[in-house]
Design a binder for this molecule. Structure first.
Ligand code: NOJ
Length: 592
């Protein structure tokens, strides 16, 4: 069992590296990195490796690219990094189709690169979480290739869901399940002798056959894969489709048309079955057998936060993404309700709440909140982020949101790669037909022309084109500008470290506020509301004006940070004893 610990003398990566101010390697960061309960209030940054930073100029991001940018993340002020899959994969679903779970895809680098990334992250006080994809693999996975090649008698078919078709000649899929990406969830095989054969289940693309988790070999294999990465030193896992591993016995028809609405209220026989919990008990015992508080976070799309909480009972997983929160619009009543309900649900199982606004599967929140006006979208996105970062629990950020990146909504069809685009699961939405390439466009780092420092060459490729307008949104362009989104995130994360009350505890104390405004107090638990926080504040008050007009309230204290400008929070806000005018679509943190 290896736990890599701090080694600040590791070589710094080369020219693409931001320098780290050693003074910035603060005691509090070091302390946070070694805290046993680090995940209770951690801010975790999602890196989507193919779109983060490209070290070798092939147009695709890679692990050495991530490693070179770790100092940027350290400076941003996050606690941990979650890496989307970088394993050997034909990339039919951007790496969520895994052919070998113990091999790094050459596109992303080598196992030595993964090892280097983990060590350097630890040296900087950052934890590393990797993605694990247990619901399905790639059609190129050895078990599946052999299951097909060996024909109907292959014992390996029992590790997947192979079934005869319906209809006189087996020409109809075994049941009515639909793929999340559109079309039937079944594909018919051809027998080695060329005759039509059985069908296999794939809840996602046909290139992603579902494992049958009733088979003990599947359990054994995944325990071994978890150990492989834990031994390499990772701090935890994000579990892909954690709600999908167990299917209802007999694979019954759904029988209604609502089946793939992920947060729909209608239960389906392939998601959120009670049997999944046994698997996570097994995994928790394994995680607990390692030192250093290794964690697992569930990607579990369930109909309610209460159902999600079941994954977080004390002997199961540590966290689950709060997709109900992510799907909530810019509306004071709805947000307050989802915050309360999430906290209640998590408190019932003694788990920390989590909060998330963007990821690689959804339209970026700067665009979701825009209602057609990009400036309004960015204003609200910044305000939403300050709201999220003041809630008790752990928060997830998605790469590029700290630059205020919007969704790219005009990608030409010929560059599209999302399998959902080709299989027609298009939905209504502010993105490009609701599919996912628009939130995956490579990061703009520097310079004035694409690829904006994404790769080493000035005119080099990027796997998706970046809009020319991103010249104003590069990390370089925003550096040092107090009005920039990057500096706002840095200021917010620094304050969150300095004021543990912001992420602490299990509840928010709501304060009276005018319609369309949320106001709440955050006090470090156990301090009885009277402890002096570092920075002088006893507690913090957060105000969120969700209306499109200025709202005047008695100033709750001294302004610490306003979502409009990181360095001039107090400009028009007044202070104790005076009135404050809360700007439209803004959040303010007050020392009070
Ligand atoms: C959820 C992942 O986040 C998504 O990107 C992927 O397509 C599906 N699971 C299938 O693995």
């Amino acid at each position: 069992m290896t736990q890599h610990t701090t080694d600040v003398t590791t070589d710094r990566p080369d020219d693409t590296t931001d320098t780290v101010d050693t003074a910035d390697t603060t005691d509090s960061a070091e302390a946070a990195a070694t805290r046993a309960d680090w995940w209770h209030d951690a801010v975790i940054y999602q890196v989507y490796p193919r779109s983060f930073a490209d070290s070798d100029g092939d147009g695709m991001g890679d692990l050495p690219g991530v490693t070179a940018r770790l100092p940027y993340l350290r400076r941003l002020g996050v606690d941990a990094v979650w890496l989307s899959p970088f394993y050997a994969s034909p990339q039919a679903d951007a790496g969520y189709d895994v052919a070998d779970y113990r091999v790094v895809d050459p596109v992303f680098g080598t196992l030595a690169d993964a090892d280097d990334l983990v060590r350097r992250a630890h040296a900087l006080g950052l934890r590393v979480i990797v993605d694990i994809v247990p619901n399905h693999c790639s059609e190129k996975h050895e078990w599946f290739r052999r299951a097909l090649a060996e024909g109907p008698a292959s014992a390996l078919r029992e590790r997947f869901h192979f079934r005869p078709g319906r209809g006189p000649r087996g020409e109809l899929p075994p049941n009515d399940w639909e793929s999340v990406f559109g079309g039937p969830a079944w594909t018919r095989t051809t027998n080695p002798d060329g005759t039509p054969g059985d069908w296999y289940l794939h809840l996602f693309a046909p290139e992603q056959p579902d494992f049958d988790w009733q088979h003990p070999a599947v359990h054994e294999e995944f325990r071994s894969i978890l150990r492989f990465w834990l031994d390499l030193g990772v701090d935890g896992f994000r579990i892909d489709v954690a709600h999908g591993l167990i299917k209802a016995a007999g694979l019954p028809d759904v029988g209604h048309p609502e089946q793939v609405k992920l947060l729909g209220s209608a239960p389906v026989p392939y998601f959120d079955q009670d049997g999944v919990h046994e698997i996570y008990r097994e995994w928790r015992a394994l995680l607990d057998s390692y030192d250093g508080e290794r964690i697992a976070v569930a990607e579990a799309w369930t109909p309610t936060v209460e159902r999600s909480a079941l994954y977080l009972r004390p002997d199961e997983l540590h966290q689950a993404f709060n997709f109900t929160y992510l799907m909530t619009g810019w509306d004071a009543t709805a947000l307050r309700a989802v915050i309360d309900r999430s906290l209640d649900a998590m408190n019932a199982v003694a788990a920390p709440a989590t909060w998330v606004l963007s990821n690689h599967d959804v339209v970026r929140h700067a665009t979701r909140f825009a209602d057609g006006d990009p400036d309004r979208g960015l204003r609200r996105a910044r305000a939403a982020t300050l709201l999220m970062l003041a809630l008790p629990g752990s928060a997830y950020l998605y790469q590029g949101e700290e630059l205020g990146l919007p969704e790219v909504t005009d990608l030409p069809d010929e560059v599209r790669q999302d399998p959902a685009f080709f299989r027609g699961s298009a939905q209504e939405g502010p993105g490009q037909e609701g599919t996912r390439d628009g939130c995956r466009v490579p990061m703009p780092w520097s310079g004035t022309r694409p690829p904006f420092g994404f790769g080493p060459a000035e005119d080099g490729p990027s796997w998706l084109p970046q809009p020319a307008a991103w010249r104003d949104l590069t990390a370089e362009a925003q550096e040092g500008d107090p009005a920039s989104t990057l500096e706002l995130y840095r200021a917010a994360l620094a304050l969150r470290r300095a004021h543990p009350a912001l992420g602490a505890g299990r509840a928010v104390e709501w304060l009276p506020a005018p319609e369309g405004v949320l106001a709440f107090r955050r006090t470090a638990e156990g301090a009885g509301g009277a402890a002096q926080e570092p920075g002088g504040a006893r507690s913090l008050v957060v105000t969120v004006n969700l209306t499109g007009r200025p709202v005047t309230v008695p100033a709750p204290g001294t302004p610490l940070l306003c979502s409009l400008n990181s360095r001039a929070p107090g400009a028009d806000l007044g202070g104790p004893g005076s009135d404050a005018v809360l700007p439209p679509d803004s959040t303010v943190w007050w020392a009070a």
